[in-house]
Ligand binder design. Structure first.
Ligand code: AMP
Length: 698
């Protein structure tokens, strides 16, 4: 029996009567033409002859997302409210930008774009560092009625070229450099390299000149300085009004982070994006309007950052912290807590990997406690996590700290979603959300409790099911494929940019168009809480038992000395696969030996046996620092470690793993460190280890 919370009732209302539910939500926004209908369903016939259900949100509505994010707040009298708190320890800069200032910058830049031919149906590509101009550029493109494509500023030339050719931008917006700690990274060589590789050439490249590095613009290549163009536009007094577009017109294109296969261009519609994100930020984050402050520690090049640094906070008129720095090292592991105190942040949003990094360097949370002791964290209503699974120990550790130092009732809240869907599928919703039922109080209807290890309950608009490989729903508590019924919620994609067949084959074909395959595996417990355990390709098959890498990692990270654990399956002659762990310890001086000491080894094995079962007993544990590879958006690249250890088990320590390294990898050096640790591990364990412990197919 699932425990009924108001969240369940609201979800049910969204499923039973989506028309009424979403038209009500649409009312929170300004429409140039108000929709009379929430959804239109039809059938898509693909050139291959395959068909699938398709849909349109608010089919007769017309909207300007930029108007909703900027102009309407100024018109409503909030022009002097802060829109952006830019905080950049890497450049030593802080700046507050009000909604009025933002409007002036955006309407001016939009005029420049319009003069360069940007309008409805065009794409502007934004390859920008984490500076306010990135937000202005995105808003300006939208103001002209164009779509934008976000490309993470850390990408090299080949990844950028791929995206340029995919979306054929009329204009590219960029910055003269990025900053990585003290390192200045000029963007010009990367953009020029990309344009050499790409078949498409943009009409114009507009470069925001940062004081740390000047990009000598090449007019022959259509390059111009952002500041020169906008200063000139300001002198002439030209501005661009918001151009409304059809609700279903593309707002932006974001390519998936590429842990699996070539990147896919996910399209987000204007109307659905605005309505769905307005709901998410109010319901999940409790960020409701001017006066609220959210700090999403991500990059606007990723969906989480685009949505919760830029889109959602501005849709409700809140202030957003745009942080150009890292969780640790800029300058220390106390950066997040300093920012919360300084800007009175109400909601902090980050990937669990950021908390693990902080925990690794500050195992006793001294930085957090120092700010907490002087009541600097009392504004914080919630610490939100997404991007990958959060192990329960991480949640409980930070929950205890919030209980002591944050606002009363503050929680650590995991939420699960993906680039494809654009907003949390499961989380813990705060209801009432303005307009749903004004009379209901949170006191009468407390939100669902937090179950560490669960990503919460399903959010409105998502029809979530757990099914077996044939597409049949499985029972409560049973592990299976997590799928979504159609239509998807309004923020979600409806197809891929110029790859309609791939949308069908990649997401719908597996379950005959009935369900959308999220690619994740997990279960829903008897109280209706969803537990997302692994990507399907991270599932281990040990003696015909399907084990999730996350469940074993969870057990490992319950050990007090483990800062991070990563589990991969390696081939085993007897069992098919055997779990193998990589761990990083949370100790000031990390041991250099790749072999954990006997006590730690036995304690970890005991945790795995007790929490998962003897079936999950580890075939080996390698310890080391800086050896767990991740994507830049914080996802662990398990398949890369799997390939390295698999090669090693064949004695091939230098084997080529380049096909497993996505362009999104955070730090190539981790691959070499992992390779070296594996080599040392095998050298120390010797053949006896191969025979007894790994038993790999040689
Ligand atoms: P991306 O599209 O790059 O944001 O990656 C989405 C994928 O990240 C999901 O399909 C999940 O595999 C994983 N993910 C995101 N959030 C969570 C979460 N809260 N718990 C578990 N996995 C998550």
């Amino acid at each position: 029996m699932s425990v009924a919370h108001l969240q369940d009732e609201v979800h049910q209302a969204s499923m039973e009567n989506p028309e009424a539910f979403w038209l009500n939500q649409a009312d929170f926004l300004h429409w140039h033409k108000k929709p009379t209908k929430a959804i239109k369903m039809s059938t898509k016939v693909l050139p291959s002859g395959n068909t699938h259900p398709t849909w349109e949100w608010f089919p007769d509505g017309e909207i300007s997302t930029c108007y909703n994010q900027v102009d309407r707040h100024v018109i409503a009298g909030y022009g002097s409210s802060p829109a952006i708190y830019y905080d950049s320890p890497v450049s030593g800069t802080k700046r507050t930008i009000t909604y009025s200032e933002l409007k002036h910058e955006v309407e001016t830049l939009a005029a420049v774009l319009a003069e360069n031919g940007v309008g409805k149906g065009d794409v502007v590509l934004c390859y920008m560092p984490m500076i306010p101009a990135a937000i202005m550029g995105i808003l300006a493109a939208n103001r002209c009625g164009a779509a934008h494509c976000i490309v993470f500023g850390g990408f090299g030339a080949p990844a950028l070229a791929q995206r340029i050719d995919a979306v054929n931008p009329k204009v590219i917006l960029t910055g003269s450099c990025g900053l990585d700690g003290a390192k200045v990274i000029p963007y010009q060589p990367m953009l020029h390299g990309a344009l050499e590789l790409a078949a498409h050439k943009p009409n114009r490249t507009i470069v925001f000149q940062r004081p740390q590095h000047e990009w000598k613009v090449d007019e022959k290549m259509g390059e111009a300085s952002w500041q020169v163009l906008t200063d000139d536009a300001k002198n002439r007094g030209v501005t661009q009004e918001c151009v409304p577009v059809a609700s279903s017109a593309p707002c932006y294109i974001s390519h998936t982070s590429g842990t699996t296969g070539a990147p896919k261009g996910v399209i987000r519609d204007n109307g659905g994006h605005a309505v769905g994100l307005h709901l998410s930020i109010s319901m999940v984050f409790g960020v409701n309007g001017p006066g609220s402050v959210i700090f999403a520690a991500s990059d606007i090049g990723w969906v989480l950052g685009h949505a919760f640094i830029l889109s959602a906070p501005l849709l409700v008129g809140a202030a957003t912290v745009m942080y150009e720095g890292k969780p640790v090292g800029t300058p220390d592991a106390g950066a997040f807590w300093r920012i919360i105190e300084e800007y009175k942040v109400n909601a902090l949003y980050c990937a669990p990997t950021a908390l693990r990094a902080i925990k690794g360097l500050d195992p006793e949370s001294k930085f957090l406690k120092k700010v907490g002791e002087r009541n600097g964290l009392r504004s914080l209503n919630g610490l939100f996590l997404a991007g990958e699974r959060s192990e329960p120990t991480l949640i409980t550790m930070y929950q205890e700290l919030l209980d002591k130092y944050a606002a009363p009732g503050s929680h650590v809240i995991d939420n699960w979603w993906s680039t494809e869907v654009g907003s949390p599928i499961t989380s813990r919703a705060l209801i009432p959300h303005a307009g749903f039922d004004q009379k209901t109080t949170v006191r009468d209807h407390p939100p669902p409790i937090i179950k560490p290890g669960s990503a919460g309950k399903v959010m409105p608009g998502y029809d979530l099911k757990i099914v077996d490989d044939e597409g049949n729903p499985v029972g409560a508590g049973e592990m299976g494929n997590i799928v979504l019924g159609l239509p998807l919620a309004p923020t979600a994609f409806r197809t891929l940019w110029k790859e309609e067949e791939r949308f069908y084959t990649g997401y719908l074909k597996r379950f005959n168009g009935k369900w959308l395959d999220t690619g994740d595996a997990g279960y829903v417990d008897s109280d209706g809480y969803c537990h997302v355990m692994s990507r399907n390709d991270d599932v281990l098959n040990v003696s015909a038992h399907r084990l999730s890498s996350a469940a074993i990692e969870q057990a490992i990270s319950a050990h007090p000395l483990v800062a991070e654990g990563c589990v991969v399956g390696i081939p085993d002659a007897l069992k098919g696969q055997l779990p193998f762990a990589f761990i990083t310890l949370s100790v000031p001086e990390h041991p250099t030996s790749p072999i954990p000491d006997q006590q730690v080894y036995s304690e970890i094995q005991a945790l795995v046996r007790n929490q998962v079962g003897t079936i999950a007993t580890l075939g080996g544990i390698i310890q080391g620092k800086g050896m767990i590879p991740k994507t830049r958006s914080g996802k662990t690249l398990r398949r890369l470690l799997r390939a390295l250890v698999e090669n090693a088990s064949h004695g091939d320590f230098d084997g080529d793993v380049s096909t497993q390294i996505p362009s999104t990898i955070e730090d190539y050096a981790t691959v070499d460190v992992a390779r070296q640790k594996i080599r040392e591990y095998f050298a120390e364990k010797g053949d006896a280890h191969k025979a007894i412990e790994v038993r790999a197919k040689l």
